[in-house]
Design a protein around this ligand. Structure first.
Ligand code: R5P
Length: 262
């Protein structure tokens, strides 16, 4: 079965597999959204079903909620859980300070609320997500549908005044219609190229009328677990200042991958 996976999927899988080591019995766990986070949800489901792990999962999208229930994880709302032990999620880009761009799948609002309500946020990513400076990936900004074209013009004017390289904002589409988030909002993707001051950009965007949230996650992520297509895993902890490397090996078994340890 491992032969069916592309190197990028293997990289996502090994990062996800390593991340569930952070989850202990009784924890309240934020469950991210996207293809990498989906691997993590499946790995957690396996632990719940086969090893009796008891956790409460708070999903960051309806997609993740469906998958979590499907694999046997008890799903609760953030209001029920109130505060979480850990959130594990993917990212579209991360830099050396573990600042992120998220929202490629449109789930940034719930993801940011859930990650911020967690003692620890762990990002799982394939090696292609690492960048020197954020901004090559279009920055998603969630806006309310009312007056979205005015909001778009205001954002573009702001980008000119901030002297940002790219200034185009495009409405995310789902076929012929605007893409609609779980909260009923639209997404504007900002094609910036390079975000010099991500903190300032995040603050300025969130002050604009019509903007609900932006996809910059600044000082929220604690740990990045980076997967490689050959099974190597690198864990970077920004608080501890540590980098650990190990390896998961691919085997043709029911479990797909076996932890070989150090
Ligand atoms: O809205 C989606 C999320 O922020 C995802 O975590 C992000 O887009 C990364 O997704 P993937 O793991 O599929 O690359």
């Amino acid at each position: 079965m491992s032969g069916d996976l592309s190197p990028i999927d293997k990289a996502k899988f090994v990062a996800a597999k390593r991340s569930v080591d952070y989850v202990e019995d009784g924890m309240r766990v934020g469950l991210g959204t996207g293809s990498t986070a989906a691997w993590m949800v499946r790995c957690l489901g396996e632990l719940v079903r086969e090893e009796g792990l008891k956790i409460k999962g708070v999903p960051t999208s309806t997609r993740t909620a469906e998958l979590a229930r499907e694999v046997g994880i008890e799903v609760v709302s953030l209001d029920e859980a109130r505060w979480l032990d850990v959130t594990i999620d993917g990212a579209d880009e991360f830099d050396g300070n573990l600042n992120l761009i998220k929202g490629g799948g449109g789930a940034l609002l719930q993801e940011k609320i859930v990650a911020t309500a967690s003692d620890q946020m762990i990002v799982i990513a394939d090696v292609g997500k690492e960048v020197e400076t954020l901004g090559n990936f279009p920055l998603p900004v969630e806006v309310i549908p009312f007056g979205w074209q005015t909001t778009k013009s205001l954002i573009e004017e702001m980008l000119v005044s901030m002297d940002v390289l790219g200034r185009d904002a495009t409405l995310r589409m789902n076929g012929e219609r605007p893409f609609v988030t779980d909260e009923g909002n639209y997404i504007l993707d900002l094609h910036l190229g390079r975000i010099g001051n991500a903190n300032q950009m995040a603050m300025v965007l969130n002050q604009m009328p019509g903007v609900v949230e932006n996809g910059l996650f600044i000082d929220i992520c604690d740990v990045v677990i980076l997967g490689y297509g050959d099974g190597r895993v690198e864990t970077r902890d920004i608080n501890e200042g540590t980098v650990q490397e190990d390896r998961l090996d691919f085997v043709e078994s029911d479990n797909l991958f076996t932890d070989l340890g150090d």
